[in-house]
Design a protein around this ligand. Structure first.
Ligand SMILES: Nc1ncnc2c1ncn2[C@@H]1O[C@H](COP(=O)(O)OS(=O)(=O)O)[C@@H](OP(=O)(O)O)[C@H]1O
Ligand SMILES: Nc1ncnc2c1ncn2[C@@H]1O[C@H](COP(=O)(O)OP(=O)(O)O)[C@@H](O)[C@H]1O
Length: 293
């Protein structure tokens, strides 16, 4: 049987994966793993990353790394499997293989003495996302830490300039930024992504792209009245006048995070300064070991 099936077995994306292939009779495992909601089936000639809980060890006899027909690498509790016989997941290209390089994320991180991660800032327009992103970027820079900002507004001038604000376009906007952020994190950088990212499922999909707690969701928990009062771009006014349709917080929903790592909010009706907001995030990064390799 030239297929690898992944079947649902329980809640929260816990699934059972069974590999069946005549050339590898021993390679027939069932284990729970986290994956994206879309990954049901691995198709021919593709590779797939799965996050294994708990970590497992696969004997090398189960794979033949020198064979052009099979390939596998195991990093911590993440297994990368590539099988010529597998069939690709939804919409994935066929005949595409994963290429591993000699210099990996760990080496890059050692070089710059930090750990790659994604700081994902979400919140209403006007909640202070860009302000925090820039302030955090500056703070990290002054500490000798390498970071890069992916700002929703800016990315929409280039990579995502073909996207609007329909739910589908927002989902695609966030997916692309999530993928780019993942690459930056793999490069060893602290990637600061600042987007409204109003839908929980889209943010969760970005979280699922990363492993080992390196997705840090920061919720700008500012009341709509404050954001609207700021209205630095005049967009709320236009939205209230019906001149912009589907504006987040007015006639398009914002779904607040349920389990974010960091919440930035007012205290006694006073908003923290940009510097204080950045310090809050920096101390999280420090305590959680991201500021050293
Ligand atoms: N309909 C509608 N809803 C919300 N925001 C709108 C809209 N139209 C334009 N803008 C401007 O686009 C900026 C948000 O872009 P994002 O890429 O962060 O949005 S999203 O994550 O895809 O929802 C957002 O920037 P910020 O104010 O910095 O959040 C707005 O300036
Ligand atoms: N902590 C803060 N204290 C005071 N003003 C702020 C703060 N954060 C943001 N602002 C102001 O609010 C407005 C919107 O901030 P911005 O960072 O552009 O929000 P967003 O990126 O979420 O749209 C700007 O004029 C900015 O100067």
């Amino acid at each position: 049987m030239k297929q690898a099936f992944i079947s649902e077995s329980g809640k929260n994306h816990q699934k059972v994966m069974k590999f069946r292939r005549p050339n590898f009779p021993k390679f027939q495992h069932s284990f729970g793993f986290q994956s994206t909601p879309h990954s049901q089936l691995i198709h021919n000639n593709t590779c797939k990353n799965v996050h294994i809980h708990p970590p497992i060890t696969l004997k090398s006899t189960q794979f033949n790394p020198s064979s052009s027909h099979s390939r596998s690498s195991i990093l911590h509790n993440q297994v990368t499997c590539g099988f010529a016989s597998m069939m690709s997941a939804m919409g994935n290209p066929t005949n595409v293989f994963w290429h591993e390089c000699a210099v990996g994320k760990a080496e890059r991180q050692n070089l710059i003495n930090q750990q790659g991660c994604v700081v994902w800032i979400t919140g209403l327009s006007g909640s202070g996302k860009s302000t925090l992103a820039c302030s955090l970027n500056r703070e990290l820079h002054s500490m000798g830490k390498l970071s890069y900002v992916l700002d929703g507004d800016n990315v929409r001038h280039g990579l995502n300039k073909n996207l609007g604000f329909s739910p589908e376009d927002r989902t695609e906007n966030i997916r692309r930024v999530g993928e780019v952020a993942k690459l930056f994190a793999d490069a060893g950088l602290i990637c600061i992504a600042s987007l409204i990212s109003p839908y929980r499922k889209d943010r969760d999909a970005c979280r699922a792209m990363l492993t080992d707690k390196s997705f840090i969701e920061v919720f700008m928990n500012m009341p709509l009245e404050l954001c609207e009062g700021r209205d630095s771009k005049g967009l709320y006014k236009l939205a209230r006048a019906g001149k912009i349709k589907g504006f987040t917080g007015i006639d398009d929903p914002y779904e607040p995070p349920l389990n974010c790592e960091i919440k930035i909010e007012q205290k006694n009706g006073v908003c923290p300064t940009p510097c204080d907001m950045a310090v809050q995030v920096v101390s999280y990064l420090d305590v959680n070991g991201f500021l050293h390799a």
